[in-house]
Design a protein around this ligand. Structure first.
Ligand code: DP6
Length: 334
């Protein structure tokens, strides 16, 4: 057993959104994401053998003990039978840090739980079918985390039309046209305060939502279309699916019984400027949104310089810009 385990797992941005879950973290619809590379979590585990049966788990986030994270992670770890032996036999010191600033409001649960699941599965010595197994375990911590194991694109959720897709774990999307192999994601930070309604609560509000069934159907259709679009290289279709998905996600929030808004005036301004820029230049650029006010700009590397000019124009609306790009998934570093 290696007493020092070091892993690095990226975040991902959903092109088709997971929104609504049932059972044990199973999605109500299929989703499809682009794996990122610069936004990642690095996690170090230090394991030392112990004799007693008490759990000894210390958790440090960016150098300092963080009890709220520790409790959520320990609660997750103790629920996975795969990790029992590691928790029973070793005192564990975990140290985690993110490559992206904590205050930007960027979702970190995807990269965090991908890293946790991979590190603990590695510690358990269970190597068979590693990525699929780790993806399934990561999903139990945070749904979107299961897609961070594969790149450049991954899908999660069973689709009868696509072999190998599953509700339990994500799978790589392999047929990708050259047009979509060099995609960039410029994350425009409109607001960096913590959001008022968590994703978990948001997922919950899809239960009994008046548009739930139509939304789940729409997402599955969009997912299938995205599979064929990524293969054909059609930017117009890509843009149409991605932007429709972003706005549908937020429409769900605005129309749930306990309705709420996560977008801000700056979000709308930025979206309108992106749309106008596309109209004026006919360049293949589009926006997407997570469960928050910040705008992700997706575009191929070939138009990087033009996008830079757009961002300079929008700059007064922004708190920060984080430049990211398509990636291949995570790694066990040692
Ligand atoms: C809008 O994966 O954060 O980013 O499973 O409760 O941890 P939990 O939710 P989470 O939800 C992500 C929602 C989303 C869309 C997506 O990534 O597909």
């Amino acid at each position: 057993m290696n007493p020092f385990i070091k892993v690095k797992y990226p975040s991902n941005i959903a092109l088709v959104k997971y929104w609504g879950k049932h059972g044990n973290q199973l999605p109500c619809n299929a989703s499809l994401s682009m794996t990122l590379s610069n936004a990642f979590t690095e996690l170090n585990l230090e394991l030392s053998e112990k004799k007693n049966n008490e759990i000894e788990f210390d958790y440090f986030f960016e150098g300092a003990p963080k009890d709220s994270f520790r409790d959520r992670i320990l609660n997750y770890l103790t629920q996975q039978p795969e990790f029992y032996d590691v928790l029973k036999n070793y005192a564990i010191r975990a140290e985690s840090h993110n490559s992206f600033p904590h205050s930007t409001g960027i979702a970190s649960s995807a990269s965090a739980f991908a890293a946790i699941a991979a590190a603990f599965l590695n510690a358990s010595g269970n190597e068979a079918n590693f990525d699929q197994n780790a993806s399934r375990l990561a999903r139990l911590g945070s749904g979107s985390a299961c897609r961070s194991f594969f790149g450049p694109y991954a899908s999660w959720g069973h689709l009868a039309e696509i072999n190998g897709t599953s509700d339990e774990f994500a799978t790589p999307v392999t047929a990708i046209h050259d047009n979509f192999k060099t995609m960039r994601d410029a994350i425009l930070i409109v607001e960096d305060a913590p959001k008022k309604v968590s994703s978990s609560v948001g997922h919950g509000l899809m239960e009994g939502h008046p548009f739930a069934e139509a939304r789940f159907k729409q997402a599955n259709t969009n997912c299938l279309e995205m599979f064929s679009t990524l293969q054909s290289g059609d930017f117009d279709k890509f843009i149409s699916i991605v932007e429709r998905e972003a706005l549908s996600l937020h429409a769900m929030m605005m129309t749930s019984n306990d309705y709420y808004l996560l977008i801000k005036p700056g979000t709308v301004k930025v979206i309108e400027q992106v749309m106008q820029f596309r109209k004026d230049t006919r360049l293949p650029i589009c926006f997407t949104l997570d469960a928050g006010p910040n705008v992700h700009l997706l575009y191929p590397s070939t138009i990087e310089k033009d996008v830079q000019m757009l961002i300079e124009d929008i700059n007064s609306e922004l708190k920060a810009v984080i430049y990211d790009q398509i990636g291949t998934g995570g790694t066990i570093l040692s």
